[in-house]
Design a binder for this molecule. Structure first.
Ligand code: UDP
Length: 401
């Protein structure tokens, strides 16, 4: 059986999602690893130890394990992790030496992991595939004025140069990699992310609302980390503009009270006179999210940048229409006028306009929700895994039949 090492320094598949920096990448790493495991690969995910008393080896299922490596303080913020990646690298080397295992291929997630992966690939003489998830040069263009960690761009360039293949979620990201980083087109492969179609499925809106104790006429849902790049502020400025739909409640799933951004947004909701209409629920277990999507009339994804946008896809899989920013990642998942609406980013007016249309028309919401589910059905994780396995096969690493 071919053995694959996933390197995911800060994206532990076992972390609580929506809080701090844990989000889509953690979901992606877990779901893709398990889907590759189902195809016949033996999967080990190496990630940083982030809580006390975590076992070294954590089986997720019979083919997939999470290996926690001690590297730096457990609660170190993502911004500090570059300083701890040499320790992480040594931890992986020690584990592999001690276990006597041999890996046939490395797949790194995010630039920090790419740094680790490129060194291990050379040492193990194994092919190296990298998925960046987000890239500094694209991110800083989306949020002008926000700085990224200094070594990030340079490290990304180096990792692109040394990787055998770079997997991107969208064709747009592939073009950006060529234009902004001079990445050779021959190395790039486009493989979109996926959604767990068993977990995320349509259900009774009434039952979901009763379960969550919701009693307003209309419910808008936001799910995600509370990072300025996610644009929640735009959505908050949209609410007062909803004229025909006054009895609307916004549920915010994600974030944690200890985060400065959570406090800032909560304060903003009071300043806008919306404290009664916006409920900050903090991060919720991934498995409990289907009820939120099913209960909502519409899910809003107002991001300035999404390399893919799992939340939009999860909402669609639950048959909930989405109003999202017209940014490349979300344009790949959504179809304007079919699974919801794509609107110009950073424009509360445009969001308000589309929300009014949807909230005031039950039949339209219903039919868009049905189309959304249909579209999501073509995007299960097994399809993503098949695409990724094809990339591995190009390097002579194939799952056993
Ligand atoms: N998520 C979750 N609980 C929360 C908030 C978010 O499980 O409280 C999950 C959500 O279901 C999605 C992921 O975190 O799978 C966020 O992914 P997305 O691609 O939308 O955003 P990213 O975090 O990658 O920027």
């Amino acid at each position: 059986m071919k053995r694959i090492a996933f390197i995911s320094v800060h994206g532990c598949p076992m972390a609580l999602l929506g809080a701090r920096s844990a989000g889509g990448m953690n979901v992606y790493v877990r779901a893709l690893a398990q889907a590759l495991g189902r195809m016949g690969f033996a999967m080990d995910i190496f990630t940083r130890c982030h809580g006390s008393g975590e076992p070294l080896i954590n089986p997720l299922d019979e083919h997939t394990r999470v290996i926690h490596i001690e590297a730096g303080p457990q609660d170190a913020p993502k911004e500090d992790l570059f300083g701890y990646i040499p320790a992480f690298l040594h931890g992986v080397q020690a584990f592999v030496q001690g276990s006597g295992l041999r890996y046939d291929l490395l797949h790194s997630h995010y630039w920090l992991s790419g740094w680790v992966g490129q060194t291990l690939a050379q040492e193990w003489r194994a092919p190296h595939v990298t998925t960046f998830h987000t890239l500094a040069e694209i991110k800083t263009r989306a949020r002008v004025g926000e700085a990224e960690a200094t070594p990030r761009s340079a490290t990304e360039r180096q990792v692109i140069a040394t990787s055998d293949r770079v997997i991107v979620s969208t064709a747009h990201e592939g073009v950006a990699l060529q234009q902004l980083y001079g990445a050779p087109a021959g190395k790039m492969r486009v493989v979109p992310g996926g959604v767990d179609l068993d977990l995320f499925h349509p259900g009774s809106q009434r039952a979901a609302r009763d379960q969550l104790g919701l009693n307003r006429h209309h419910t808008i849902l936001y799910v995600g980390r509370l990072d300025p790049i996610k644009g929640l502020e735009v959505l908050m400025h949209t609410l007062p503009q909803l004229e025909t739909c006054k009895d609307v409640q916004l549920l915010v799933v994600g974030g944690s009270q200890e985060d400065a951004e959570y406090q800032r947004l909560k304060q903003l909701s009071s300043q806008l006179g919306l404290a009664e209409r916006i409920e900050f629920l903090g991060s919720q277990q991934h498995e409990s999210l289907p009820s939120y999507y099913q209960a909502a009339d519409v899910c809003v994804v107002p991001s300035y940048y999404e390399s893919f946008g799992l939340v939009a896809l999860e909402a669609m899989a639950c048959g909930t229409p989405v109003v999202a920013s017209r940014v490349p990642g979300l344009q790949t998942i959504m179809r304007d006028n079919r699974s919801g609406y794509l609107v110009p980013w950073h424009c509360p007016d445009a969001f308000a306009d589309r929300l009014e249309v949807l909230l005031s028309n039950d039949a339209l919401r219903h039919s868009m929700g049905q189309q959304a589910r249909k579209m999501a059905e073509a995007m299960g994780w097994d399809i993503t895994a098949q695409g990724v396995a094809q990339v591995y096969a190009e390097m002579g690493v194939e799952a056993q039949e």
